[in-house]
Design a protein around this ligand. Structure first.
Ligand code: CUK
Ligand code: CUA
Ligand code: CA
Length: 622
């Protein structure tokens, strides 16, 4: 009898334990990994540049769900951004225009970690940068960078405590500095030089750093030695790295790819700060410009693979970042578009040095890290991503079989690749392949000759610290054109910082209109101020009476207290449309040049009586 009980008990235990053991060993299916069901939140916010869309896509990872098409350099009525007559529009018009070409988003950091306060993104074409307040997900500042033409690479250089201090730019194209008034390029009095195959000797390109809070220029280091492309900062904040192509100074592609090598510039930020303190600068256009020839050790140029593109540094645990603790793990890797090799730089010493040049595959563009000792390279021509072990690549740079961990096919032609949290503390879980060409991908429904971009989510958790294991493609999701790169923050960190309602308007001169304060005030023979509230389901006035030829300044306050209770304001014939979030006040100016009666109405479906939420603008003829 006892034996029978024991048999039963053992049988029961085994019966329960074996399926559990099997479940624990079995990998989750891709669907289980990425699917977020109803009421299930993503683990990360991913901020992906919008490229030609001129803004930033806010995407949840790992699900790939698109949450917001955040406008920065383009107006967008849905988000009440930069409509005709609004102050944000003036900010855009003054700095270059109503479109952008955004490539590299970066999140501000406190103590070397993404802090969820600010997001920065450059506009390559118009040489400017936008600053986004992550409490409201709205662009609050746009500034043009001085003395350069075309802002490509970006870096957020921290102070010695790891707090974001500078937003630095690579000015890519050569131009006369300072730009002189008159003809484009500044040649008002002198003849315009015949550029031919070479750019003129005195045309410059280089680096400018702005203070991250105000976006006012801090210092600039210009050169006459090529085109400054991608940029990164070393974890300690000491080195600012720029990849430079076209050391040949060619003005056409044949010349630009002639020389066997180009260069990576290492700019010593701490030395730059010393030189600024010692007054070793000249003012150009009001900007403090440091001359690398006059300040020894300010920049080092190290030969890089021909026509390099990506330069990216490994970031590990922030506690290791103190200057003294910079160890052998401090590597930065540059990729060369034409040479199928990457340069591994060791930046732990007083001067950066090249330690290895391993072969990786065709068309290497960008490099990322998993924080466990491996690096990943996007191979545009091979349409692959390669994983390589850092230590082994340094020890055996001519034995790819020893340091290559794995390669995975992507679809197709990857540009950037992004490991989660790569610019703060890499998680080593997901790798995004941000592909350039979809080429009729079988799984995507066609959308005309232009297809959406495809992002591929790759599981890298199985790649070990000693360089073993396989990558696994788990998901493909479309994005509007054209993400270049992404930056990440934990959802649990950022979500609590996001405001549920506004506590102040964008424009500090804008006055909040409280409940019961709606009114029309004539301020002059041809000017009228209109104060108006919105709340479900009516505007504060049923009719607004003005005269033909009046300049109307409209202050519109949303007095709702409930998160997400946004209202709209669309006025036909006057081209007015904006949205207004809870607690916010919008200021808007227009001229009543057309007499008549115009209904204005709410464009956000806010209540069961949303259709009825409208009122009249009466423009009396004179
Ligand atoms: S660049 Cu787009 S693939 Cu502007 Cu970062 Cu390399
Ligand atoms: Cu307010 Cu619809
Ligand atoms: Ca070259």
């Amino acid at each position: 009898m006892r034996g029978y009980v024991r048999f039963l008990v053992v049988g029961l235990i085994l019966g329960l334990a074996i399926p559990l053991l099997i479940a624990a060993v079995q990998e989750k299916s891709p669907a289980e990994e990425i699917y977020r069901g109803p009421m299930e939140r993503d683990e990360y916010y991913m901020f992906s540049s919008g490229g030609q869309s001129g803004g930033v896509f806010v995407i949840g990872l790992p699900s790939g769900r698109l949450f917001m098409d955040l406008p920065v350099f383009e107006p967008r009525a849905a988000y009440s951004y930069a409509g005709v007559g609004m102050p944000e529009r003036e900010m855009l018009e003054k700095t270059g225009g109503l479109w952008g070409d955004t490539h590299h988003p970066r999140l501000s950091q406190t103590g070397y970690k993404a802090d969820g306060k600010w997001l920065y993104i450059q506009d390559k074409a118009n040489t400017r940068v936008g600053k986004i307040d992550l409490r409201t997900f709205r662009t609050v500042l746009v500034k043009k960078a001085p003395n350069i033409q075309v802002w490509h690479g970006i870096a957020l250089v921290p102070d010695r405590q790891g707090n974001t201090r500078y937003v630095c730019a690579n000015g890519e194209f050569e131009a006369p500095v300072p730009p002189r008034p008159g003809l484009p390029g500044g040649y008002a009095e002198q003849p315009i030089p015949d550029v031919g195959a070479r750019v003129p000797e005195d045309w410059k390109s280089g680096v400018v750093c702005l203070y991250a809070d105000t976006l006012e220029p801090a210092f600039q280091v210009l050169g006459t030695y090529g085109n400054f492309d991608i940029m990164d900062w070393s974890p300690s904040g000491r080195w600012l790295l720029s990849n430079i192509y076209n050391m040949e100074r060619g003005a056409n592609i044949d010349e630009m790819i002639k020389a066997p090598e180009d260069a990576t510039q290492f700019l010593d930020v701490w030395k730059a700060e010393e030189a600024l303190g010692a007054g070793q600068y000249t003012l150009v256009n009001g900007v403090k410009v440091l001359d690398p020839k006059a300040i020894p050790g300010l920049v080092y140029l190290i030969p890089a693979p021909r026509n390099p593109h990506g330069i990216h540094c490994q970031r590990l645990d922030p506690r290791l970042y103190g200057e003294a603790a910079l160890g052998k793990d401090t590597v930065c890797i540059a990729a060369g578009k034409i040479v199928p090799r990457v340069n591994i730089f060791d930046i732990s010493g007083e001067r950066p040095r090249l330690v290895a040049q391993p072969w990786v595959g065709l068309g290497p563009l960008h490099v990322q890290y998993d924080g466990r000792g491996n690096f990943y390279v996007s191979l545009f021509v091979d349409s692959q991503i390669g994983a390589y072990n850092i230590d082994k690549a340094i020890k055996f740079p001519n034995e790819p079989d020893r340091y290559t961990v794995d390669k995975i096919d992507i679809h197709y032609n990857v540009g950037h690749l992004s490991t989660v949290m790569n610019y703060s503390t890499p998680r080593g879980d997901w790798l995004l392949s941000q592909n350039k060409l979809t080429k009729g991908l079988p799984g995507f429904i066609p959308t005309g000759p232009l297809e959406p971009e495809v992002q591929e989510l790759i599981d890298i958790r199985n790649i070990t610290a000693d360089g073993q294991g396989k990558m696994r493609l788990v998901y493909q999701f479309p994005t509007p054109p054209e993400p270049h790169e992404s930056d990440f923050i934990e959802a649990e960190k950022l979500a609590p910082l996001v405001w549920t309602k506004y506590s102040r308007p964008y424009d500090p001169d804008t006055r909040f209109v409280g409940p019961g304060e709606s009114r029309v005030v004539r301020t002059g023979p041809h000017s009228v101020d209109v104060y108006l509230t919105t709340v479900r389901s009516r505007y504060g006035l049923d009719e607004v009476r003005v005269k033909q030829g009046d300049t109307v300044t409209l202050y519109l306050s949303n007095v709702e207290r409930l998160r997400d209770m946004t209202h709209g304001f669309a006025l036909q014939e006057y081209g007015v449309h904006f949205a207004i979030d809870p607690g916010d006040t919008k200021k808007f100016t227009f001229v009543t040049d057309k007499p008549g009666v115009y209904w204005f109405y709410c464009t956000w479906f806010c209540s069961a009586l949303h259709m009825e939420m409208r009122a009249r603008l009466i423009v009396e003829p004179v």
